[in-house]
Design a binder for this molecule. Structure first.
Ligand SMILES: Cc1cc2nc3c(=O)[nH]c(=O)nc-3n(C[C@H](O)[C@H](O)[C@H](O)COP(=O)(O)O)c2cc1C
Length: 322
């Protein structure tokens, strides 16, 4: 187990790294509590901890009795009758640090079978990455794979920040080297599991596999991926999955990410007594969630693929060549 690789993924997700993400100064250092001896897993459960070092609950004091637009505040209050207003809880993007640590480990296991999973930012506002250089994306402040589009994306975020506003965008995850025959039919369909995993990330409001929503406007003759040279497909409109089972082409997933709900402009919020007040939200927020969601989505797709792999390995039919 490569702990440094886990730390590298946590560093890609953490806030405070540039002016395009939240200014919270979290170091996000991972400590391994169990399951590891001299760099090798022992078979005992692997426990990792990442401490919150820059929590500022006082930033949230004024929100105690307010329900913010775009946030889960009202629904949570109706669900539990009590709401922790202090930030950093399980409704905050903070919880995704655990997903990235587990996903990084899943990526190591998948990597040993030749499967690579990469998340990147495809679009912010209307600036779209037209080329995909994954090496570049890994080092980019925005996790953007296209240096030209990145300039425009930065401008769009800066404009939003100047207007005390936020922007959304599209995150893409690709998994290459996935063999045909991974996944299950009916309820555990691989695409259904991926959609579930990705939709569970805060701020994600849409998930598509392959050409997704664009397929709705095509004819069958255009939408079908035809075979060439044996089982390889000419196109990949299906995004690597048909009938819930992988077909051997790259798995392609896109996530629609909403603009960050906390903005510095005055907005109409509800009070606990039902009155509506106009106020602005303080705190250190991400002006655009996409660069951080890209790393989390990569982790979620890796976790889903690893689960599918484990289900397949424990299947008496295993990975026999057919
Ligand atoms: C990595 C990450 C960071 C986030 N940072 C913020 C933030 O700084 N401010 C904010 O208002 N929302 C942030 N969110 C989004 C909220 O968690 C999310 O929008 C909110 O819980 C409402 O849920 P929903 O948008 O999924 O419906 C973040 C989400 C993630 C995944």
């Amino acid at each position: 187990m490569d702990v440094a690789a886990i730390q590298r993924d946590l560093d890609r997700r953490r806030p405070g790294t540039s002016r395009y993400v939240s200014a919270r100064e979290e170091r996000d250092r991972v400590e391994i509590l169990s399951g590891l001896l001299d760099g090798r897993t022992t078979g005992a459960p692997i426990a990792m901890i990442v401490k919150n070092e820059s929590a500022r609950p006082e930033d949230y004091e004024s929100l105690k009795e307010l329900f913010r637009p775009g946030h889960a505040d009202y629904g949570v209050y109706k669900r539990y009758g009590i709401r922790d207003h202090r930030g950093g809880g399980r409704l905050s993007g903070r919880e995704t640090v655990a997903r990235v640590a587990a996903g990084s480990l899943a990526k190591q296991m998948l990597g040993s079978a030749g499967i690579e999973v990469s998340g990147f930012v495809r679009q912010i506002g209307n600036a779209r990455a037209e080329s995909v250089d994954l090496e570049y994306a890994r080092k980019s402040e925005l996790q953007c794979p296209d240096p030209e589009a990145e300039v425009e994306m930065k401008r769009i975020i800066e404009e939003a920040v100047a207007a005390r506003d936020s922007v959304g965008g599209i995150v893409e995850v690709r998994a290459t080297g996935v063999p045909a025959g991974l996944g299950d039919p009916v309820f555990m369909k691989l695409d259904a599991q991926i959609a579930w995993g990705c939709m569970s990330i805060g701020g994600v409001k849409g998930v598509e596999i392959g050409d997704g929503f664009a397929l709705a406007g095509m004819r069958g003759s255009e939408a079908n991926d035809q075979f060439k040279d044996g089982f390889a497909l000419e196109t990949n409109r299906c995004g690597g999955i048909i009938g819930g089972i992988s077909v051997g082409s790259p798995i392609v997933v896109r996530l629609a990410v909403k603009p960050t709900p906390s903005i510095g402009q005055p907005q109409r919020m509800a009070r606990i007594d039902g009155s509506v007040v106009e106020d602005a939200i303080g705190g250190r927020h991400d002006p655009c969630l996409c660069p951080r969601v890209a790393v989390v989505a990569e982790a979620m797709v890796a976790i889903v693929l690893m689960d599918a792999w484990l289900r397949r390995s424990s299947d008496p039919f295993g990975f026999k060549d057919r």
